[in-house]
Each structure stands twice: as C-alpha cells, then as structure tokens.
Design a protein. Structure first.
Length: 387
C-alpha cells in the first residue's frame, strides 16, 4: 500500500476553507487505497492523536505565546522529527514552505516523492494579517517558496491565475497541475429563493475577515444601497481583533450599525443553512496582489452557487474561472462601492433575474466544480508522480 504523509499548517477540522479542502483531499486519497498520515497543528482542544476520513492524524502542540512565524518554524521542526523516526513514506504532500522546504531537501535521502500544494503563499498573504512585517523578511520567505517550488517533484494549485504566478517565479507551467476547489452538492442543497415580499432582504458574506476580501468595499456600498432599499448585511467569519475593529470603525463612521451584523465563524456544517436564509451572497474580493497576481479559488463562491443563491462578485480572473458573467452571477468592478451598490439594487429589483442566475450557477457548480472531480484530478496527479 502506498504510504502518504500529508502536512498542513492548518487546524483540521475548523471553519476555514483550508480545512474543508484538506478533508476532501484526505477522503479522496483514502478511497483510492492510499494509507494517509496527516500532520497538523493542535488548537489545544482536539486530540493530539486522531483519525479522520480513514486517515491517521497527528496534531502538533503549539505555544500560543509565540508569534506566527515562531509557531510555523516549530511545526516544521516537528514534521522533520517525524520524518526522521517514521517508517518510509512513498509520497510527502505539503501545503506550505514551513515544512515543505526541509522535506524537499531530504527527499532523496528518505526515498519519497514530493508534492507541493500551493493555495496561498505567505510572502504574498502575511502582510495582510501582519502589516508590521519587514519587507526584507517577506523577501526571505519568497526565496524559500521559490526553492520549494523548484525542489518539489510535483506542484498543484487551485486556479490558472495561481499557476501563472508560479510560472512567473521561474517554474515551467507544464509542471503545475491546476485542480480547482469544489463543493459537495449533498451538503449544499439548492432551495427556492426566499419571498422578498414584506421582509427586509439579507446580503450575506461568509469567509475570513482578511483585508484582501474587500469587506471595506462592501460596507462602503451599503449606504448607497440603503438610499433605495432597506437591507441587512450579515458578515460571518473568522478574523483577528485588528480586522474586526477596523470593520466596526467603518460601520460606525457610516452610521449603519442597525443594518450590519458581524458574527464569528460557524462550523462548516452550519454554512448551508446560513446561505439558504440569504437573498444575495457576496464575494467582494479586493483589487490586490493576493487576488489578482497570486490568485486563489474561493470555496465560498462555489458553495453560494451550489445552494442556488444569487451571486454578486468582483469582476476579476479568479472569479471568471468559476462563473460566467450575467449567466451565473452579476460581477461588479473591484474596489468600486458604487458599482457594487448598482448591481445589488439590480438583483433586488428583479426577482426573475435572481432566479435565473441562481439556477444556472447551481447547475454549473454541481456538475463542473465538485469535490469528486477535484479528488479525481488529485488521484491522477499522484499516479503521474508515482509512475
């Protein structure tokens, strides 16, 4: 049996999209007969030794008094200790440079193949979470990322935008396999749109509160929407204290506290009900290097689509890889609150348009972007790696 070490500096399970992605990858690998051992950090609550989706799980304790980079380095060292002591693996699959680079450097010594799963690169994303990080440090991290890319036997990523960014770092794009994220149709059943008669419609955003998400643009658009139509904005997601305070500041300054509800992240199995209660779902991704240059594949967009809710999203390449403009969603100019408000009012004023878009989006997500399809593509990447 082929033995796989899957290393991820992400708590699993958790409400984050990364956790959803990892769990479906695990499930797909186990179903195809791989013996998988997942190593992730502990959240202080989940057991250190566990089993998920038929895979063995080891969680590494974290010292939360340390900063992020110190904890990431500790995690990398723990993974390397595991490799030194564990029986031989055939494939080592990693999601970050924190352990990816040292794992790639000793791959010949230990006789395994390596697969680098690139979803987000810290040299691009960390500055949004930690604005005080020095540019020199981010450059050193980027050098580690480039080295990891070149040393890895295979590289996968979730979008063509991400593949093109990886290619700009000197890697042959033919070495990079694009595997879009997915959705489980059974977890996000489509349901009729709520009747808007006699009730205040709800705009819903689900996801992290990271600065690249464009939530400031969404909040700035709300007063322009309220001039024409009473609405509620519901924001559900995980964020740092700094991010929550900044959003609260925007809301107070605009005087829209009565129309905005910000809630903590919920377990993934509760997301479907939240979407079903919404009238419009929004993905207001900001115009920045994380979205435009590095790219991603926003799981929330696929979940909105599958659940058959009208989608309003930023008009940028990573979104257009998933939806067809005016067929599956209305797209607005990124970082433009006026255009976001205009498109929102168009959806609110035309129930038939909302219904047409949501039905088309649901059919597209349920046939083209499923975790089953993602798992099949990952299995092919493993077969090619092991051939």
């Amino acid at each position: 049996m082929t033995r796989v070490l899957y290393s991820a500096f992400d708590v699993v399970p958790s409400p984050k999209g990364a956790s959803t992605h990892i769990l479906h990858n695990l499930c797909g690998l186990v179903e195809r007969g791989y013996e998988v051992h997942l190593i992730t950090p502990s959240d202080g609550v989940l057991p250190l030794d566990d089993s998920i989706e038929g895979a063995r799980v080891t969680r590494v304790a974290q010292d939360m008094s340390q900063n992020f980079l110190a904890r990431a380095a500790d995690f990398g060292r723990a993974v390397m200790r595991h490799i030194a002591l564990a029986p031989r693996y055939d494939v080592v699959h990693y999601r970050s440079v924190w352990c990816g680079l040292p794992l790639a450097q000793v791959r010949h010594q230990h006789g395994y193949k390596t697969l680098f799963e690139v979803n987000g690169l810290p040299s691009v994303e960390l500055k949004y979470h930690y604005p005080s990080l020095e540019p020199e440090l981010l450059m050193k991290i980027k050098e580690q990322e480039i080295a990891t890319l070149h040393l890895s036997d295979a590289v996968i990523c979730p979008s063509r935008v991400t593949r093109d960014y990886i290619a700009s770092l000197g890697l042959d794009p033919k070495r990079v396999t694009v595997i879009p994220n997915g959705v489980s149709p059974s977890d996000f059943p489509s349901s009729p749109l709520p009747d808007r008669t006699g009730r205040v419609p709800t705009l819903l955003y689900i996801g992290t509160l990271a600065d690249w998400q464009g939530l400031d643009v969404l909040i700035k658009a709300l007063p322009k929407i309220l001039e024409k139509r009473e609405v509620k904005l519901q924001i559900v997601g995980r964020g740092r204290s700094r991010q929550r305070k900044l959003l609260a500041k925007y809301i107070r300054k605009l005087g829209i506290e009565a129309n905005v509800l910000i809630q903590p992240a919920v377990p993934h199995h509760e997301v479907s009900a939240l979407i079903a209660s919404a009238d419009i779902c929004v993905a207001p991704l900001g115009l920045n290097d994380r979205n435009v240059t590095q790219g991603a594949c926003p799981i929330k967009v696929l979940e909105y689509m599958a659940a058959a809710r009208p989608l309003l999203a930023s008009n940028m390449p990573i979104v257009r890889e998933l939806v067809r403009e005016d067929v599956d969603a209305l797209l607005f100019s990124p970082n433009d609150p006026d255009d976001l408000a205009r498109q929102t009012l168009a959806l609110l004023a035309d129930f038939d348009l909302s219904k047409r878009l949501s039905e088309s989006a649901s059919a597209r997500a349920r046939t083209k972007f499923t975790w089953h399809e993602s798992q099949k593509k990952l299995a092919k990447a493993y077969e090619k790696l092991l051939a």
